[in-house]
Write a protein that binds this ligand. Structure first.
Ligand SMILES: Nc1ncnc2c1ncn2[C@@H]1O[C@H](COP(=O)(O)OP(=O)(O)O)[C@@H](O)[C@H]1O
Ligand SMILES: [Mg+2]
Length: 368
């Protein structure tokens, strides 16, 4: 067994998720979660990141990128320090950190496609004294992959059943699903928005960062014609491999469909329905029986869980807690595991997920 740390901040820019885990090199690997930490970004840094991520950002982009890269790297290093303080382990005991970083732009569709995660791994390695594996997504893109999603490769390793088809749904800012069928290639792709539109809409209308348990959404009614129009968006018609981000699903996109007479809570209810419907449609396209497991922050949203249960019945819908992994830590564990693979020079097969043309080791290694 060997100790690794996994770090990620997703498109919600809510916090850094940090885990310390013990990974075996048996086949398939086993993983044991030892310590975990949710490290919120300082308020000013979060606001700067959200502003910088906007397509209309109007500052000195290069200066801002460089400074944010460093500050996010420092936050990731602080998260590691706190995680180790809360555990009985020292930096010397850790083989490596796997750091996803913070995505500031994801553009798989351009003629010169790119994806950009910040949080300088040089800073993380220097400040923690721990070897850091980072810059995972660009490696996949270099081999023709979408650069996302990566979590399905982790789900395949740890959540596959030989008895039943399973789907794992990661409800972050964006939703990605993984289809795990016995003896078949794993599929995984982004279905579209999970929380990002709901988060942005409630922020604009209620000043809240998210809609706790979908309560505000459930005080409204679905607007059928709005839902129908949103579902016609080209992204939902595209077939996998595919990935997306907040560059596509944002309030500017939504505003293009809105009628000023709509009540704000009805729009929120429709956005919740959009998330549930797109996830359920994509699962039903490939699965007619088995079990569904939710993870990511959206797994706590009781209203989303209930709607998925209703739309997907009789297929059962639970969270990854039922598989022994708390839904909040799945993605950070995934990046600890990717670091483990890279440190062992083992490649990861993302060909049926991101569309990468060959298996490769992921990320680059930064020594302290
Ligand atoms: N109890 C809850 N009810 C509704 N939404 C929740 C709840 N807990 C977390 N969330 C949602 O989860 C999001 C964070 O999920 P996370 O998996 O960290 O996303 P990301 O990977 O994009 O950072 C929050 O922005 C919020 O929308
Ligand atoms: Mg998060």
């Amino acid at each position: 067994m060997a100790l690794y740390i996994g770090l990620i901040s997703g498109t919600s820019v809510d916090a850094i998720d940090a885990v310390l885990c013990d990974i075996s090199s048996s086949s398939p690997n086993t993983i044991q979660l030892l310590n975990m930490l949710n490290f919120p970004f300082p308020k000013v840094l979060r606001e700067e990141l959200l502003l910088f991520g906007k397509l209309q950002y109007q500052g000195d982009g290069i200066d801002q990128l460089g400074q944010l890269d460093r500050q996010v790297g420092q936050c990731f290093a602080q998260a590691v320090e706190q995680l180790l303080t809360s555990s009985s382990h020292q930096a010397d005991n850790i083989v490596a950190i796997g750091s996803h970083g913070q995505t500031v732009r994801h553009r798989p569709q351009l003629s010169h496609p790119f994806t950009l995660q910040i949080g300088d791994p040089n800073i993380i390695a220097a400040e923690t004294g721990i070897t850091t594996v980072a810059d995972f997504r660009r490696k996949d893109m270099a081999y023709g992959g979408q650069g996302a999603p990566f979590a399905p490769a982790f789900h395949r390793e740890f959540f596959t059943s030989t008895d039943e088809p399973r789907a794992v749904v990661n409800l972050g800012g964006i939703a990605n699903i993984t289809l795990l069928k016995p003896n078949q290639n794993t599929m995984g792709f982004d279905t579209g928005p999970a929380n990002t539109l709901m988060d942005q809409w409630i922020q604009q209308h209620q000043g809240l960062s998210y809609d706790h348990n979908g309560q505000w959404a459930m005080s409204g009614d679905v607007i059928p014609q709005l839902l129908e129009e949103l579902l016609k968006a080209p992204y939902f018609q595209t077939v996998a491999p595919k990935s997306t981000g907040c560059e596509y699903f944002n309030l500017d996109w939504l505003n293009g469909f809105l009628n000023f007479r709509y009540r704000a809570q009805d729009v929120q209810r429709t956005l919740l329905e959009l998330t549930a419907t797109t996830v359920a449609n994509d699962i039903q396209r490939y699965m007619t029986s088995g079990s569904i497991y939710l993870c990511g922050g959206g797994a706590h949203n009781q209203a989303v869980l209930t709607r998925l249960q209703q739309l997907l019945a009789p297929i059962s819908v639970e969270t990854t807690d039922s598989l022994g992994v708390h839904p909040d830590w799945v993605e950070a564990l995934a990046f600890a595991w990717f670091a483990h693979k890279t440190m062992r020079r083992e490649s990861v097969d993302l060909s049926t997920i991101t569309g990468a043309q060959r298996n490769t080791t992921l990320g680059g290694i930064y020594y302290p």
